[in-house]
Design a protein around this ligand. Structure first.
Ligand code: FCB
Length: 446
């Protein structure tokens, strides 16, 4: 039976652009505002203009969190609400919004975990080169310090950047996310400047002092070779380096891994590495699946992803359901990275849910996904991995980036016409776990 320590942190995660609604209050455009409005970018032609209309329905959403019983809530601030152009003078109206959110959380006994950047770079900074430019990391550090100065005393945790690796790969190499770049040099520079921003932000907030603990959020996934051959093995090592270790190693070890070094050639990183290698109080790990890869001569980087076999269980994203990979990932952090304090800052699943009926949505697959991943977390803790908390992705179905509203990850169903919220069975299941039910119990037939 999984046994979680009594001080284990139970939470839920969201991201600004996916839920807030653009609310025309003088906010500046971000790269996601731009990208989502370009024809053909988003599967269903939607954008985050309305999203869950969370800013206008904040109290209702906060009450849902209270009903769920979680002790922590991870949200992100939209940089462009605070600094429409990326820098300059802080906008009071933007700050008011997040003060209202933070105070609403504290009033309900929920610890605010603020993530500074969930992919919505100010368009004004993109116009000056975006993450390909070193200056963007400096702007980020100023923005981090401003948030720390104004809200720091009320925050439980401040997290730097959400999944810089996903942002770099999907947004700067594959071009399927904002800003839509497909250039290898831009990608390489973006990776490094995102790492630099993490380090500079951490250092600035550390210097400020204050009670909030500091960390950042990485998407980690074990990479396995599709075949037994040495070339597939090498492809797996390369993807592991580029996906996982390019963000883990500079932060936790102060260097880039040797594998994949050729791809970084031309970038002068030596002076920056000590700036990136900062102490953290918590490492946020977002986990969804693993990657399978094979060598490929057609691909410019020499490898290609292999989709899960027909026999594997997958979610509506096409992602393989592999809770054992979460256990393996946590074990690796323990064995290879000195067992840093970890919080699972995202984990969840999309399924084509049925319509609400009788005030609930039946979503047994999501309940199962949740239970099995929580079991894996319990096993990791039993093996001595320093895992301190778990945040479910996500509260309410929301704008799933390039997939628009076609993929539902919420514990709460969103009616796309009325924006009405209806809890799913997974909401009840998670609420039970938060109150002490073992995840195994969720797997028993009722
Ligand atoms: C993660 C993102 C999050 C959400 C989930 C499904 O990579 O951080 O915003 O889209 O995937």
């Amino acid at each position: 039976m999984s046994d979680f320590p009594s001080d284990f942190i139970w939470g839920v995660s969201t991201a600004a652009y996916q839920i807030e609604g653009a609310v025309d209050d003088g906010k500046g455009p971000s790269i996601w505002d731009t990208f989502a409005h370009e024809p053909g970018r988003i599967r269903d032609g939607t954008s985050g203009d309305v999203a869950c209309d969370h800013l206008r329905r904040m109290d209702e959403d906060l009450d849902l969190l209270a009903d769920l019983g979680v002790g922590a809530y991870r949200f992100s601030t939209a940089w462009t609400r605070l600094f429409p152009e990326g820098g300059g003078r802080l906008r009071r109206q933007g700050l008011d919004l997040y003060e209202r959110l933070v105070d609403g959380l504290l009033a309900r006994g929920i610890a605010p975990w603020l993530c500074l950047y969930h992919w919505d770079l100010p368009q004004a900074l993109q116009d000056r080169g975006g993450w390909a430019s070193r200056d963007t990391a400096l702007y980020f550090a100023d923005y981090a310090a401003a948030v720390g100065e104004h809200l720091g005393d009320r925050l439980d945790h401040v997290l730097m950047l959400n999944e810089p690796n996903v942002h770099a790969v999907l947004g700067h190499l594959l071009g399927v996310h904002a800003p839509g770049s497909t250039d290898l040099v831009t990608f390489r520079d973006a990776v490094h400047h995102l790492n630099l921003a993490t380090g500079l932000g951490l250092a600035r907030l550390r210097d400020l002092g204050g009670p909030a603990r500091l960390g950042t959020v990485l998407n980690l996934q074990p990479v396995v070779p599709a075949g037994d051959g040495e070339d597939d093995q090498r492809a797996a090592e390369l993807l592991d380096a580029v996906w996982n270790r390019w963000v883990l190693d500079p932060l936790l070890r102060g260097r880039y891994p040797e594998t994949g070094e050729a791809l970084l050639a031309g970038l002068d990183v030596d002076a920056d590495l000590p700036l990136i290698h900062q102490p953290i109080d918590v490492l946020g790990v977002n986990f969804y699946t693993r990657a399978q890869v094979r060598a490929s001569l057609e691909s410019p980087v020499g490898l290609e992803l292999v989709p899960p076999s027909d026999a594997s269980e997958t979610t509506a994203m096409g992602w393989e359901v592999v809770p054992e990979a979460l256990l393996a990932q946590l074990q690796e952090l323990k064995d290879d990275y000195g067992n840093p304090p970890v919080v699972i800052t995202e984990n969840g699943s999309a399924y084509p849910d049925p319509a609400p009926s009788g005030g609930r949505v039946e979503d047994p697959q999501r309940v199962r996904y949740l239970a099995r991943h929580l079991q894996a977390v319990g096993q990791a803790i039993a093996r001595g991995c320093d895992v301190r908390g778990y945040f479910a992705w996500t509260l309410v179905d929301n704008f799933e980036w390039a997939e628009g509203f076609t993929r539902r990850f919420g514990l709460v169903h969103l009616d796309l016409q009325t924006l009405r919220r209806t809890p799913k069975r997974s909401f009840d299941a998670y609420a039970a776990v938060v109150r002490g039910t073992a995840p195994e119990a969720l797997l028993e037939p009722t």
